[in-house]
Design a protein around this ligand. Structure first.
Ligand code: NDP
Length: 339
C-alpha cells in the first residue's frame, strides 16, 4: 500500500515507519526540516534507493493548508497515518503550543485529503488515552476504561496547566476527526489509536538523551538514580510498548474491520516502582536505584481502575509485550546514546 506517514521523526512514528517498510509498504513521511529527513534517510538508504521511502517537508502542522502538497503523490496514496502532534509540557501558551497544532493539524490533513487525494481510503490518527481518561475521577476503583470513555475536559480547563493542555489537545483533535467524518462524509474511513504511556526503545532519530521523548523520561530518570530516595507518583497507571503501538497503526489500515473505530491499545497496568525493580533486576551497573522499602511510586491503596483492551486484540491482532521486555529494551537503547 502507498502510505503517507506524518511526523516521521517522532518516537512512535519511527517505529511505525519501520513496521511499514518491513511489511513492504511504500512510504512518504513528513518531517519539519531537511536535516531530519537526512537522518532517517541514512538509516534506510536501501529503501530510499529503490523508491520505497520518500520525504515531504511540512514545517508546521498548525498552519492551515500545511498538508496540501504533501497529500499529493505519484503513485497516489491509499492510506494516511497522522501521528504528528506536540507531546511535551514546556509550553507558554496552551492554545498556540498544544491545541492549535493538534486540532488544526488533524482537521487540516483531513481537509487536504478530501480536497486533493481522492484515492485515500484509510486515515489512521494517533489519538491517546488522554482523550479517554476522566482525570476528575482519580483512581476510580471499579471502573473499566475502554473505547467507550471520553475525556470531558473543557477549553477553560485546558488552559489551567500544561498537562491539562496536552490532554485537551488530544481530546479536541480526536473529536474534530470524528466530527469531520460525520459532517463531511469523505471517501475515507478513520481509525484512531489511543495509547496510554508509551515505553520502549528509541530509534535512529535521537543523538542525545537531552531530547528523549516525554513518555520514556521516567525510565531514564530511574536508571540515572533520580528515584533513589523517593519514587515519584506514577500518575496514569496504563502503559504500552511502542512496537505494539506501531503494529496497531499499520493493522488499523490493513484490517477492514478496523475502519471507523477507536482502539484503546494498552498492555495493562504499571507502577513507577515496578520500573525501578525491573531496572535493578536486569542492570547491576546502576547502583542508585530504590529498594523495595523506598517510599512512593506504588499502586494506590483503596483500589484502581482496570481496562478492556479486547478490541485491539480481536480486531488489530495485537500481542502485547511485557513490561519487563519493554523497560529492558528501553534502557539498552538509552545506553547506545550515552546512558
Ligand atoms: P514525539 O515528540 O517523539 O513526536 C511528536 C512528533 O510530532 C514529532 O515528529 C514532531 O516533530 C511532530 N510535531 C509536533 N509539533 C509539530 C508541529 N507544530 N508541526 C510539525 N510537526 C510537529 O512524541 P511521540 O512519538 O510520543 O508522539 C507521537 C504521537 O503519539 C502524538 O500524537 C502524541 O500525542 C501521541 N501519543 C504519545 C504517547 C506517548 O506516551 N508517547 C501516548 C499517547 C499518544 P519534531 O520532533 O520535529 O518537533
Amino acid at each position: 500500500t502507498r502510505v503517507l506517514l506524518t511526523g516521521g521523526s517522532g518516537f512512535i512514528a519511527a517505529h511505525t515507519l519501520d513496521v511499514l517498510l518491513k511489511k513492504g509498504h511504500s512510504v512518504v513521511t513528513t518531517v519539519r526540516t531537511q536535516e531530519k529527513a537526512d537522518k532517517i534517510k541514512a538509516a534506510y538508504q536501501s529503501a530510499v534507493d529503490k523508491g520505497q521511502l520518500g520525504f515531504a517537508i511540512v514545517p508546521d502542522i498548525a498552519q492551515p493548508n500545511a498538508f496540501d502538497e504533501a497529500v499529493v503523490s505519484e503513485p497516489p496514496f491509499e492510506a494516511v497515518l497522522h501521528t504528528a502532534s506536540p507531546f511535551h509540557f514546556n509550553v507558554t501558551d496552551v492554545q498556540k503550543d498544544l491545541l492549535d497544532p493538534a486540532v488544526i493539524g488533524t482537521t487540516g490533513i483531513l481537509k487536504s485529503i478530501k480536497k486533493s487525494a481522492p484515492s485515500v481510503k484509510h486515515v489512521v490518527i494517533t489519538s491517546s488515552f488522554a482523550a479517554i481518561v476522566q482525570p476528575d475521577k482519580g483512581n476510580w476503583p471499579g471502573h473499566t476504561y475502554s473505547e467507550e470513555d471520553w475525556n470531558s475536559i473543557t477549553l477553560e480547563q485546558a488552559k489551567e496547566d500544561p498537562i491539562s493542555g496536552y490532554r485537551a489537545s488530544k481530546t479536541f483533535a480526536e473529536k474534530a476527526a470524528w466530527d469531520f467524518l460525520k459532517k463531511e462524509r469523505p471517501n475515507f474511513k478513520i481509525a484512531t489509536i489511543n495509547p496510554p504511556m508509551v515505553f520502549g526503545p528509541i530509534m535512529h532519530n535521537l543523538d542525545s538523551l537531552d531530547n528523549l521523548n516525554t513518555s520514556n523520561q521516567r525510565i531514564l530518570w530511574a536508571a540515572q538514580g533520580k528515584f533513589k530516595d523517593e519514587i515519584p507518583a506514577t500518575g496514569v497507571y496504563f502503559w504500552v510498548d511502542v512496537r505494539d503501538v506501531a503494529e496497531a497503526h499499520v493493522a488499523a489500515f490493513e484490517k477492514p474491520d478496523a475502519a471507523n473505530k477507536r482502539f484503546f491499545t494498552t498492555a495493562g497496568l504499571f507502577s513507577n516502582k515496578e520500573i525501578a525493580q525491573i531496572i535493578r533486576k536486569n542492570f547491576s551497573q546502576y547502583k542508585e536505584l530504590p529498594s523495595d522499602s523506598t517510599p512512593g511510586g506504588d499502586y494506590p491503596d483503596g483500589g484502581l481502575y482496570s481496562f478492556n483492551n479486547k478490541r485491539s486484540i480481536d480486531v488489530l491482532g495485537l500481542k502485547y509485550r511485557t513490561l519487563e521486555e519493554s523497560i529492558v529494551d528501553s534502557v539498552k537503547s538509552f545506553q547506545s546514546v550515552g546512558l
